[in-house]
Design a protein around this ligand. Structure first.
Ligand SMILES: *[C@@H]1O[C@H](CO)[C@@H](O)[C@H](O)[C@H]1NC(C)=O
Ligand SMILES: *[C@@H]1O[C@H](CO)[C@@H](O)[C@H](O)[C@H]1NC(C)=O
Ligand SMILES: *[C@@H]1O[C@H](CO)[C@@H](O)[C@H](O)[C@H]1NC(C)=O
Ligand SMILES: *[C@@H]1O[C@H](CO)[C@@H](O)[C@H](O)[C@H]1NC(C)=O
Ligand SMILES: *[C@@H]1O[C@H](CO)[C@@H](O)[C@H](O)[C@H]1NC(C)=O
Length: 950
């Protein structure tokens, strides 16, 4: 063969390999998407989302066809790269409130997309016109975001659309209808759901919107600013079941042909300016719920035909000018449960008849002109007649008492068991098991239920939900419902808790699948509940993701090569360069997401900068040494997450601070934090043993300090007796630790949260300052303060810092002064509303023995026979530390010198090792060690970078 052809072949082959190793092109775009997102699932590693089983990604023939990532706390923006996932059919990102920014117009490139579900996120900005270029789209749910602008007319081109939910946004302008070449929503003849409520839509409801071709079941336009009349074309949409036009500014007559809508269950026309006569609704044979309140109808009697509405359960006709007598037949509607006729001009004598419906639960006729009632067979349970002439004489009758309907307190009862006592954030399920439920609010937009006190209805909701979860093989143990409330929009809100089966937590797959069932309306509630939506709370308790797999890039099969001339070669070269470029982009994305890759000792990159001895642990290792983070290993918790005690294979005891999801930070910030912590070494500082940045977890591993916090010992909880000598020694140790941070660490570090719970005691009662959680390095050079948001703990906080937000090392000195006062009084800095500084100052009299402080001293000190040598000087130092202004406070090195002096005067060698504490235990009870326990009052942050982000 010609050598040139050979060369060409080799080149083409090479480029094919390159292309193939650019492999599944979707990875590149997913990586690019990840660039802009936080909290992507930890399983999103490896080079092939299809083969590596990325959470929430489904593939067909190695192409991504579905992304369902609801409720996993994603945050950031969705970049235009999404438009490149050309095989995508399903996109559900619901309930990620941190997803913000506008919806990229590149979404319009997804011409296979059939479902776009972005319920309850933080999106804003206008809806892109390109939504109209999704020919396959049948399900579009964008409700409960912050979208603004108009409804794009182009949506009218989505001929397959059956679900259109844009409710609860800030959309404005009129409802678009087609006009010549311009599309409009009137073309959506396959749509069953127009959910447009709770927006700012204005203008008239265009008559053209409705026609006999439409097949709509739910038209929900409530709570907008629509004006004009109700178009008579609405009467042509014979399929309608739920119609909400309430809370607009509609006026004029209700068109008479609305009576043609024979399938209507729920009709809301309330809170408009409708005038004309009351509409004839006799055709609505299955009408359950009718609300016509607060309109301007022509004053009229209650029409006799009302009693022919035999399916009515709820009738709301407040303030619509009703007059005359209430016909007796009215109360014999068999299912009637709630009747509100208040604020009308009804008069005469009430007659409930011999056979009023025994379902009647509430009849509110307050503020009418009712004179009395005939008591042929009593009167219904909850009859309210206040504000009627009858009540001027019978004011003490129960029906004349002001009664407000009490809210239902329904909540799912335990299922024949005794509720368990559960730990923090856990909830006892209906089956009485503690676990971390997935929670949120179910909102029913047009319920026909009025009686929220009837538990039967909720029980049926629960069991239908469980059946549905079971049918879809979801890991659900049970569900509970609670707090039923009708809100200001007449929606019914219910809290929903979904409990995991098997494990005590859901994993991401479980959550996204459950969330999808609700966001996608796979679950259908019993009919009486009507249309609904669900808004999830953040789920912060995911169980650890699958183990990270480090897979080398798979080189796909090399397809046969044929040389089709220079043009092909050129094309392939360009494509190759493109693929290479994209691969680079993907790799950059990988580096950004795993900043520790360059620390990998296996790679021999020598890239473990300044990591003096801190080890990198895998999630599995730490899991093993804490017995799978068992409750028994849990020794504390704080805003950032949990602290576990573990034992490393070499026998070393460690304390593992595990950031909870939501408190984690970016990888780079975490890395910076570890570099900082690993540089700090002093015998009075708790040292970092290692860290874990794996499987989506961020953990810090510290040496375990056996005797717990100073606070525990002062409060007597540990049974360790702290005599005066020991207190001096602890003070000195802690002061030296802080001195090191301020004056010897490079860069200097301000602790920011010095307090007695952050000073730990080892087996020899050496003080070790812990929790650099709020620490903040000072800048290089002459910088003496940093301006930050105020963080810290009440009682210990430097008032000057609090006011100026300028943090200096003198803020730590202040807090240390408080700790010193705590050391002599064993009181909380703020106890029963009294501040320790004031208490000491008030009691103090320098003329007297012990500065007259015996009263405020810890009884252990004041009652002991021990000489409290140097106590006066100690108090003086403490009070200098808590001077108002920083420049009048001593430096930590001054404090250290003072304490050393005091000790020498008292005849103690400051540098002598004390003996082990074991003999001084006085019934130290197991499980009382809570070192690292840190209930920040101001911040749940784990690390300084985290603070700056807030
Ligand atoms: C609908 O109502 C109008 C007027 O009320 C009536 O003339 C017409 O026949 C009805 N159409 C149907 C299909 O029932
Ligand atoms: C109400 O409409 C029905 C037909 O749907 C009709 O038979 C009836 O006469 C009407 N009643 C009134 C009072 O207009
Ligand atoms: C009730 O009101 C109607 C209309 O306002 C009036 O014609 C009628 O006389 C009143 N009946 C009584 C008993 O006051
Ligand atoms: C019922 O709940 C609503 C909203 O939570 C509240 O505004 C109202 O005061 C409650 N009513 C009673 C009687 O407790
Ligand atoms: C509760 O609701 C169910 C179903 O709607 C009904 O059968 C039952 O009679 C109601 N119970 C009470 C006490 O109203």
């Amino acid at each position: 063969m010609d050598i040139r052809i050979k060369l060409l072949l080799v080149l083409v082959l090479f480029i094919h390999v390159l292309l193939a190793s650019g492999q599944n092109q979707d990875i590149v775009y997913l990586q690019a998407l990840m660039d802009n997102l936080k909290n992507t699932p930890p399983s999103w590693v490896g080079s092939d989302p299809c083969e590596d089983k990325w959470d929430g990604i489904t593939c067909t023939d190695s192409r991504v066809t579905s992304i369902t990532l609801a409720s996993i706390n994603l945050s950031g923006e969705i970049s235009g790269d999404i438009g490149q996932l050309s095989e995508l059919q399903m996109l559900d990102l619901s309930y990620n409130k941190g997803l913000t920014g506008s919806l990229t117009s590149d979404i319009g490139n997804l011409n296979k997309l059939s479902s776009l579900i972005l319920v309850g996120c933080g999106f804003n900005g206008p809806l892109p016109d390109s939504l109209g270029s999704l020919p396959q789209l049948s399900y579009l749910a964008l409700n409960s975001n912050g979208f603004t602008g108009r409804i794009p007319p182009s949506i009218g081109k989505l001929t397959k659309l059956y679900w259109l939910d844009i409710a609860d946004n800030k959309l404005s302008g009129s409802i678009p209808v087609s006009d010549g070449p311009t599309p409009g929503l009137d073309l959506l003849v396959n749509a069953k759901h127009f959910h447009f409520g709770k927006n700012q839509l204005s203008g008239e409801i265009p008559p053209q919107l409705f026609s006999s071709k439409m097949t709509l079941k739910h038209v929900l336009f409530e709570d907008n600013q629509l004006t004009g009349t109700i178009p008579s074309t609405l009467g042509l949409v014979q399929t309608l079941e739920v119609l909400r036009l309430d809370r607009n500014q509609l006026s004029g007559d209700v068109p008479s042909n609305i009576n043609n809508l024979t399938l209507i269950n729920q009709l809301f026309l309330s809170n408009n300016k409708l005038d004309g006569p009351l509409p004839n609704l006799t055709g609505m044979a299955v009408l359950n719920y009718l609300d016509m309140s607060n309109n301007s109808f022509i004053a009229s009697k209650i029409p006799p035909w009302f009693s022919s509405l035999q399916s009515l359960t709820t009738l709301m006709m407040q303030e619509i000018g009703l007059q005359g007598e209430v016909p007796v037949e009215f109360f014999s509607i068999p299912q009637l449960d709630t009747v509100v006729l208040r604020d009308n001009k009804l008069n005469g004598t009430l007659d409930f008849g011999a056979s009023y419906s025994n379902h009647l639960r509430l009849i509110d006729m307050s503020n009418n002109n009712i004179l009395g009632f005939t008591q042929r067979s009593g009167y219904p349970k909850n009859l309210i007649l206040t504000g009627n002439p009858i009540c001027t004489e019978n004011a003490r009758e129960s029906f004349c008492e002001h009664s407000t309907e009490s809210n239902s307190t329904y909540s799912t009862p335990p299922n024949n068991c005794i509720p368990a006592t559960c730990g923090l954030y856990q909830v006892s399920s209906p089956n009485c098991k503690c676990s971390y439920p997935y929670t949120g609010t179910l909102v029913f937009r047009a319920p026909s239920i009025s009686d929220l006190g009837n538990s039967t209805i909720f029980t049926s909701l629960q069991s239908s939900m469980m059946t549905s979860f079971e049918m879809h093989k979801l890991p659900v143990d049970s569900v509970s419902l609670g707090n039923p409330t009708k809100n200001a929009d007449d929606y019914l809100d219910l809290t929903l808790n979904i409990f995991p089966s098997g494990d005590e937590r859901f994993n991401r797959t479980g959550i996204t699948r459950i969330a999808f069932m609700l966001s996608n309306q796979t679950y259908k509630p019993p009919h009486a509940f009507g249309p609904y939506f669900f808004i999830a709370d953040n789920y912060d308790s995911f169980s650890g993701g699958p183990k990270r797999r480090h897979k080398s890039m798979s080189i796909g099969a090399i397809i046969g090569v044929s040389v089709g001339g220079c043009v092909l070669v050129l094309f392939v070269v360009i494509a190759g360069i493109y693929a290479y470029h994209q691969k680079g982009r993907a790799e950059r994305a990988i580096i950004k997401n795993s900043p520790f890759a360059s620390w990998d000792p296996d790679k021999g990159s020598g890239g473990r900068p300044q990591l003096k001895g801190a080890r990198s642990f895998t999630f599995e290792e730490l899991k093993a040494c804490t017995n799978n983070f068992s409750a028994a290993a849990n020794v504390g918790s704080g805003g950032y997450g949990m602290v576990y005690r573990g034992s490393l294979p070499n026998g070393q005891l460690v304390a593992i601070k595990r950031a909870q999801h939501g408190s984690t930070q970016g990888g780079l910030e975490f890395k910076t934090e570890i570099e900082l912590l690993s540089r700090v070494h002093h015998k009075n500082l708790v040292s970092l043993v290692g860290f874990c940045f794996d499987a989506g977890e961020q953990m810090l591993v510290y040496e375990f300090i056996v005797n717990g916090t100073l606070k525990d010992s002062l409060s007597g909880r540990t049974g360790i007796r702290l005599d005066w000598m020991r207190r001096l020694k602890i003070t000195l140790g802690a002061a030296r630790g802080l001195q090191y941070l301020h004056e010897l660490a490079d860069p200097p570090i301000i602790h920011r949260d010095v307090k007695s719970t952050n000073i730990l005691l080892d087996e020899r009662l050496n003080a070790k300052v812990s929790d650099f959680g709020l620490s903040k390095p000072l800048g290089e050079g002459d910088q003496t303060h940093v301006t930050t948001q105020v963080k810290g703990t009440m009682g210990y906080m430097d008032p000057e810092y609090y006011m100026t937000q300028q943090l200096t090392e003198k803020s730590d000195v202040y807090s240390f002064g408080i700790v010193m006062l705590e050391l002599i009084t064993a009181r909380n800095p703020i106890e029963k509303g009294k501040y320790i500084v004031r208490q000491v100052k008030e009691a103090m009299d320098t003329e007297k023995d012990l500065h007259n402080l015996r009263e405020v001293l810890d009884p252990i000190l004041s009652l002991s026979t021990e000489q409290l040598q140097g106590l006066e000087r100690f108090v003086d130092v403490a009070l200098r530390c808590v001077q108002e202004t920083g420049n009048r406070r001593p430096k930590m090195s001054d404090v250290v010198k003072e304490i050393e002096n005091i000790m020498e005067m008292a005849g103690i060698n400051p540098d002598a090792e004390s003996t082990s504490t074991s003999e001084s235990y006085e019934g130290k009870s197991k499980g009382n060690n809570h070192p690292y326990l840190n209930d920040f009052s101001y911040s749940g942050g784990l690390l300084p970078a985290d603070l700056e982000a807030k």
